[in-house]
Design a protein around this ligand. Sequence first.
Ligand code: ZN
Ligand code: FE
Length: 259
Amino acid sequence: MVKIQGLRAIRDNYIWVIMDDVENSAYVVDPGEAAPVKDFLAKEKLDLKAILLTHQHWDHVTGIPELCDRFGCPVFGPKIERHPTVTHAVSEGDELRLWDRWPCKVIETPGHLPDHISWVLDLNAVLHVFCADTLFSAGCGRMFRGTPEEFLRSLKRLAALPDNSLLYPAHEYTLSNLQFARSVEPGNTQLSEEYQAVKDLRDQGKPSLPTTVAREKRINPFLRCQQPALIEAVARHAGRALPREEDVFAELRHWKDVF
Ligand code: ZN
Ligand code: FE
């Protein structure tokens, strides 16, 4: 049976491991550190089949050379600005078959970086989406080298996936994102309830992830840039009218950067 497990790494990163206990092997997404992956694979007696990369920031790639040395596995990563560790460059629409069986497709999700991709794994018609630093629960990544237009488009592509799709961001930022979301929309009681629920989980040392498309559509302010209450709050904060959805997104992103 295929299972997905998050390994804590660096400070607040998750390295997602897709494992099959019948095949005794695994795929890992964005190993920013080698040690937690090696320890986990040794403990579970799993071989490493391949590494899937979403983008080339250090906290996603640093563990790759050591894991490749140890397991001799291929690295599938974005084509546009190819990272030196990538053995197989991929782009929009490319598809792997995990264990020659489960389709795992590339969608390009630029905005955080121009070459950020997400991996969409289809397990028995439920999508498991490794979206790294594009979408966080209740938030999104920083816009390092991207435009509001493309970032918004990437987020909308993720939001357009079926409601029950599971999203696996690369960072545990949910609580601080909800704090920001609440200050944007103080009257939104759903956000207060979510905040308390996530705080309880975190107090018990449990991850807040994965999340779902349905949940993000409710709580993620960056997916709600077309909603009147949010537009009004962001425009008030910016002190000017924000005629386009991209303007709302850009201001909201900027607001979060300095929050
Ligand atoms: Zn990043
Ligand atoms: Fe990151």
